[in-house]
Design a protein around this ligand. Structure first.
Ligand code: NAD
Length: 263
Protein backbone atom coordinates (compact mmCIF):
# COMPACT_ATOMS: atom_id res chain seq x y z
CA UNK A 1 0.00 0.00 0.00
CA UNK A 2 1.35 3.44 -0.88
CA UNK A 3 0.86 5.54 2.25
CA UNK A 4 0.94 8.77 0.22
CA UNK A 5 3.54 10.49 2.39
CA UNK A 6 6.64 10.37 0.20
CA UNK A 7 8.49 13.69 0.41
CA UNK A 8 6.95 14.76 3.74
CA UNK A 9 9.31 15.81 6.55
CA UNK A 10 9.27 14.03 9.89
CA UNK A 11 10.92 14.83 13.19
CA UNK A 12 11.50 11.58 15.08
CA UNK A 13 12.75 11.92 18.65
CA UNK A 14 14.65 9.30 20.64
CA UNK A 15 15.50 7.64 17.36
CA UNK A 16 19.03 6.26 17.68
CA UNK A 17 17.57 2.90 18.72
CA UNK A 18 14.46 1.16 19.99
CA UNK A 19 10.92 2.25 19.16
CA UNK A 20 11.94 5.67 17.85
CA UNK A 21 14.38 4.08 15.43
CA UNK A 22 11.67 1.64 14.29
CA UNK A 23 9.38 4.59 13.51
CA UNK A 24 12.12 6.48 11.66
CA UNK A 25 12.99 3.42 9.58
CA UNK A 26 9.39 2.72 8.59
CA UNK A 27 8.93 6.36 7.57
CA UNK A 28 12.16 6.43 5.55
CA UNK A 29 11.06 3.25 3.77
CA UNK A 30 7.94 5.19 2.72
CA UNK A 31 10.09 7.96 1.26
CA UNK A 32 9.57 10.34 4.19
CA UNK A 33 12.52 12.66 4.90
CA UNK A 34 13.52 12.43 8.55
CA UNK A 35 15.40 14.45 11.11
CA UNK A 36 16.31 12.06 13.90
CA UNK A 37 17.26 13.15 17.40
CA UNK A 38 18.95 11.43 20.33
CA UNK A 39 21.45 12.51 22.94
CA UNK A 40 24.52 10.45 22.06
CA UNK A 41 26.07 11.41 18.72
CA UNK A 42 27.85 8.09 18.04
CA UNK A 43 24.73 5.90 18.22
CA UNK A 44 22.76 8.55 16.35
CA UNK A 45 25.29 8.68 13.50
CA UNK A 46 25.19 4.88 13.27
CA UNK A 47 21.38 4.97 13.15
CA UNK A 48 21.49 7.62 10.42
CA UNK A 49 23.92 5.47 8.43
CA UNK A 50 21.54 2.49 8.66
CA UNK A 51 18.60 4.67 7.60
CA UNK A 52 20.64 6.02 4.69
CA UNK A 53 20.64 2.50 3.19
CA UNK A 54 16.80 2.49 3.14
CA UNK A 55 16.83 6.09 1.94
CA UNK A 56 18.80 5.11 -1.15
CA UNK A 57 15.88 2.91 -2.17
CA UNK A 58 13.07 5.31 -1.24
CA UNK A 59 14.66 8.65 -2.18
CA UNK A 60 14.32 10.04 1.36
CA UNK A 61 16.75 12.44 3.04
CA UNK A 62 18.10 11.58 6.50
CA UNK A 63 19.35 14.32 8.84
CA UNK A 64 20.37 13.94 12.45
CA UNK A 65 20.82 16.23 15.42
CA UNK A 66 22.41 15.06 18.68
CA UNK A 67 20.46 16.88 21.37
CA UNK A 68 18.57 16.27 24.58
CA UNK A 69 15.03 16.83 23.32
CA UNK A 70 13.77 17.36 26.88
CA UNK A 71 15.64 20.68 27.16
CA UNK A 72 14.66 24.03 25.69
CA UNK A 73 18.15 24.39 24.19
CA UNK A 74 17.89 20.94 22.59
CA UNK A 75 14.56 21.74 20.98
CA UNK A 76 15.84 25.16 19.80
CA UNK A 77 18.83 23.43 18.14
CA UNK A 78 16.48 21.02 16.34
CA UNK A 79 14.17 23.79 15.17
CA UNK A 80 17.11 25.89 13.99
CA UNK A 81 17.79 23.09 11.48
CA UNK A 82 14.20 22.72 10.34
CA UNK A 83 10.84 23.98 11.48
CA UNK A 84 8.15 22.91 9.02
CA UNK A 85 7.62 19.29 9.96
CA UNK A 86 4.62 17.42 8.56
CA UNK A 87 5.05 14.56 11.02
CA UNK A 88 6.35 14.65 14.60
CA UNK A 89 7.02 11.51 16.61
CA UNK A 90 7.56 12.49 20.23
CA UNK A 91 9.66 10.13 22.33
CA UNK A 92 12.32 10.21 25.03
CA UNK A 93 13.64 7.87 27.67
CA UNK A 94 11.12 6.76 30.27
CA UNK A 95 11.44 7.71 33.96
CA UNK A 96 13.11 5.29 36.41
CA UNK A 97 11.13 2.63 38.24
CA UNK A 98 10.79 2.82 41.98
CA UNK A 99 8.69 3.15 45.11
CA UNK A 100 6.54 6.27 45.29
CA UNK A 101 7.65 6.95 48.87
CA UNK A 102 11.07 7.81 47.46
CA UNK A 103 9.85 10.30 44.86
CA UNK A 104 10.07 13.99 45.64
CA UNK A 105 9.12 17.05 43.63
CA UNK A 106 12.35 16.92 41.62
CA UNK A 107 11.62 13.33 40.46
CA UNK A 108 8.15 14.34 39.34
CA UNK A 109 9.37 17.49 37.60
CA UNK A 110 11.95 15.45 35.66
CA UNK A 111 9.32 12.91 34.59
CA UNK A 112 6.82 15.61 33.66
CA UNK A 113 9.48 17.50 31.70
CA UNK A 114 10.50 14.45 29.68
CA UNK A 115 7.22 12.65 29.15
CA UNK A 116 4.56 15.36 29.24
CA UNK A 117 5.95 18.87 28.71
CA UNK A 118 8.47 17.96 25.98
CA UNK A 119 5.78 16.42 23.74
CA UNK A 120 3.57 19.41 24.57
CA UNK A 121 6.27 21.88 23.48
CA UNK A 122 6.99 19.93 20.28
CA UNK A 123 3.29 19.86 19.43
CA UNK A 124 2.88 23.56 20.18
CA UNK A 125 5.85 24.45 17.97
CA UNK A 126 4.71 22.47 14.91
CA UNK A 127 0.94 22.05 14.62
CA UNK A 128 0.04 25.52 13.40
CA UNK A 129 2.42 25.15 10.45
CA UNK A 130 0.92 21.72 9.74
CA UNK A 131 -2.59 23.17 9.79
CA UNK A 132 -1.56 26.00 7.45
CA UNK A 133 -0.29 23.37 4.98
CA UNK A 134 -3.41 21.22 5.49
CA UNK A 135 -1.68 18.06 6.68
CA UNK A 136 -0.08 17.04 9.95
CA UNK A 137 0.51 13.97 12.07
CA UNK A 138 1.52 13.92 15.72
CA UNK A 139 2.41 10.53 17.14
CA UNK A 140 3.31 10.36 20.82
CA UNK A 141 5.04 7.21 22.02
CA UNK A 142 3.59 6.77 25.50
CA UNK A 143 3.12 3.41 27.27
CA UNK A 144 0.64 0.67 28.04
CA UNK A 145 1.22 1.82 31.64
CA UNK A 146 -1.17 4.71 30.91
CA UNK A 147 -4.01 2.24 30.43
CA UNK A 148 -2.79 -0.48 32.74
CA UNK A 149 -0.69 1.19 35.47
CA UNK A 150 2.03 -0.68 37.37
CA UNK A 151 3.00 0.52 40.87
CA UNK A 152 6.73 0.77 40.18
CA UNK A 153 6.11 2.76 36.98
CA UNK A 154 4.15 5.53 38.70
CA UNK A 155 6.36 8.32 37.37
CA UNK A 156 5.82 7.04 33.84
CA UNK A 157 2.07 6.48 34.01
CA UNK A 158 1.56 9.70 35.99
CA UNK A 159 3.43 11.97 33.57
CA UNK A 160 2.15 10.24 30.45
CA UNK A 161 -1.45 10.38 31.68
CA UNK A 162 -1.10 14.16 31.78
CA UNK A 163 0.03 14.12 28.15
CA UNK A 164 -2.79 11.75 27.23
CA UNK A 165 -5.39 14.11 28.70
CA UNK A 166 -3.92 17.11 26.92
CA UNK A 167 -3.68 15.33 23.55
CA UNK A 168 -7.24 14.02 23.90
CA UNK A 169 -8.49 17.60 24.06
CA UNK A 170 -6.11 19.18 21.55
CA UNK A 171 -6.78 16.49 18.93
CA UNK A 172 -10.48 17.35 19.06
CA UNK A 173 -9.89 21.11 18.81
CA UNK A 174 -9.95 23.35 15.71
CA UNK A 175 -6.84 21.72 14.19
CA UNK A 176 -8.82 18.54 13.49
CA UNK A 177 -10.69 20.23 10.63
CA UNK A 178 -7.40 21.41 9.10
CA UNK A 179 -5.84 18.02 8.40
CA UNK A 180 -3.93 17.57 11.65
CA UNK A 181 -4.31 14.36 13.65
CA UNK A 182 -2.80 13.54 17.04
CA UNK A 183 -2.62 10.00 18.33
CA UNK A 184 -0.74 8.13 21.03
CA UNK A 185 0.94 4.78 20.52
CA UNK A 186 1.01 2.69 23.70
CA UNK A 187 3.73 0.03 23.60
CA UNK A 188 3.42 -3.02 25.82
CA UNK A 189 6.63 -5.04 26.06
CA UNK A 190 9.00 -4.49 23.14
CA UNK A 191 12.41 -6.03 22.76
CA UNK A 192 14.58 -2.93 23.23
CA UNK A 193 17.39 -1.76 25.52
CA UNK A 194 14.79 -0.06 27.68
CA UNK A 195 13.05 -3.38 28.33
CA UNK A 196 16.34 -5.03 29.31
CA UNK A 197 17.27 -2.10 31.57
CA UNK A 198 13.85 -2.30 33.24
CA UNK A 199 14.38 -5.96 34.11
CA UNK A 200 17.97 -5.40 35.26
CA UNK A 201 16.58 -2.78 37.61
CA UNK A 202 13.76 -5.05 38.79
CA UNK A 203 16.22 -7.92 39.31
CA UNK A 204 18.35 -5.74 41.57
CA UNK A 205 15.34 -4.71 43.62
CA UNK A 206 13.77 -8.17 43.96
CA UNK A 207 16.85 -10.41 44.00
CA UNK A 208 15.39 -12.51 41.14
CA UNK A 209 17.45 -13.22 38.02
CA UNK A 210 16.97 -11.02 34.95
CA UNK A 211 16.35 -14.11 32.79
CA UNK A 212 13.58 -15.37 35.10
CA UNK A 213 11.81 -11.99 35.19
CA UNK A 214 11.99 -11.64 31.40
CA UNK A 215 10.66 -15.16 30.93
CA UNK A 216 7.78 -14.55 33.35
CA UNK A 217 6.81 -11.41 31.47
CA UNK A 218 7.01 -13.12 28.09
CA UNK A 219 4.76 -15.94 29.26
CA UNK A 220 2.16 -13.46 30.55
CA UNK A 221 1.71 -12.06 27.02
CA UNK A 222 -0.89 -13.93 24.95
CA UNK A 223 1.37 -13.62 21.88
CA UNK A 224 4.10 -15.35 23.97
CA UNK A 225 6.72 -12.98 22.65
CA UNK A 226 7.92 -9.40 22.90
CA UNK A 227 7.12 -6.95 20.16
CA UNK A 228 9.77 -5.88 17.69
CA UNK A 229 10.53 -2.34 16.66
CA UNK A 230 9.81 -2.92 12.97
CA UNK A 231 6.17 -3.84 13.66
CA UNK A 232 5.85 -0.83 15.96
CA UNK A 233 7.32 1.42 13.27
CA UNK A 234 4.92 0.09 10.65
CA UNK A 235 1.94 1.10 12.81
CA UNK A 236 3.45 4.53 13.30
CA UNK A 237 3.93 4.94 9.53
CA UNK A 238 0.34 3.91 8.88
CA UNK A 239 -0.95 6.46 11.42
CA UNK A 240 1.06 9.06 9.50
CA UNK A 241 -0.46 7.99 6.19
CA UNK A 242 -3.04 9.80 4.09
CA UNK A 243 -5.31 6.79 4.66
CA UNK A 244 -5.25 7.33 8.45
CA UNK A 245 -6.59 10.88 8.24
CA UNK A 246 -9.80 9.88 10.04
CA UNK A 247 -8.01 8.30 13.03
CA UNK A 248 -7.66 11.09 15.55
CA UNK A 249 -7.33 11.47 19.31
CA UNK A 250 -6.84 7.75 19.84
CA UNK A 251 -4.72 5.70 22.24
CA UNK A 252 -3.56 2.68 20.31
CA UNK A 253 -2.35 -0.19 22.43
CA UNK A 254 0.29 -2.45 20.87
CA UNK A 255 0.88 -5.19 23.42
CA UNK A 256 0.37 -8.65 21.91
CA UNK A 257 -2.98 -8.92 23.70
CA UNK A 258 -1.54 -8.40 27.20
CA UNK A 259 -4.23 -5.92 28.32
CA UNK A 260 -7.07 -8.09 29.64
CA UNK A 261 -10.00 -5.85 28.63
CA UNK A 262 -11.76 -5.53 25.28
CA UNK A 263 -11.93 -1.72 25.17
P1 NAD B 1 15.40 2.70 24.18
O1 NAD B 1 16.18 2.94 25.44
O2 NAD B 1 15.64 1.47 23.40
O3 NAD B 1 15.59 3.94 23.19
C1 NAD B 1 15.36 5.25 23.63
C2 NAD B 1 15.86 6.24 22.58
O4 NAD B 1 15.55 7.55 23.03
C3 NAD B 1 17.35 6.19 22.36
O5 NAD B 1 17.62 6.54 21.04
C4 NAD B 1 17.85 7.31 23.29
O6 NAD B 1 19.10 7.80 22.90
C5 NAD B 1 16.75 8.32 23.08
N1 NAD B 1 16.59 9.28 24.17
C6 NAD B 1 16.39 9.01 25.48
N2 NAD B 1 16.29 10.15 26.17
C7 NAD B 1 16.41 11.16 25.26
C8 NAD B 1 16.41 12.56 25.35
N3 NAD B 1 16.26 13.17 26.53
N4 NAD B 1 16.57 13.30 24.23
C9 NAD B 1 16.73 12.68 23.04
N5 NAD B 1 16.75 11.37 22.89
C10 NAD B 1 16.60 10.61 23.98
O7 NAD B 1 13.87 2.83 24.63
P2 NAD B 1 12.54 2.26 23.92
O8 NAD B 1 12.28 0.91 24.44
O9 NAD B 1 12.62 2.50 22.47
O10 NAD B 1 11.43 3.19 24.59
C11 NAD B 1 11.03 4.42 24.04
C12 NAD B 1 9.95 4.99 24.95
O11 NAD B 1 8.87 4.07 25.04
C13 NAD B 1 10.45 5.23 26.39
O12 NAD B 1 9.85 6.39 26.90
C14 NAD B 1 9.93 4.00 27.12
O13 NAD B 1 9.75 4.24 28.49
C15 NAD B 1 8.62 3.76 26.39
N6 NAD B 1 8.15 2.38 26.51
C16 NAD B 1 8.91 1.35 26.07
C17 NAD B 1 8.43 0.04 26.21
C18 NAD B 1 9.22 -1.16 25.75
O14 NAD B 1 8.79 -2.28 25.98
N7 NAD B 1 10.34 -1.01 25.10
C19 NAD B 1 7.19 -0.17 26.83
C20 NAD B 1 6.45 0.91 27.27
C21 NAD B 1 6.95 2.19 27.10
Amino acid sequence: MDLGIKGKWALVCGASKGLGFGCAQALVQEGVNVLIVARGSLALEQAAATLAIDAQQSGATVLFCAQDITTEAGRAAVFSLLRDFDIVVTNAGGPPLGDFHDWGREHWIRALDANMLTPFELIKATVDGMAARGYGRIINITSSAVKSPIASLGLSSGARSGLTGFVGGAARGPLAARGVTMNNLLPGAFDTDRLKATYQDAAQRTGESVELLIEQRRKAIPAQRFGNVAEFGAICAFLCSQQAGYINGQNILVDGGAFPGIF
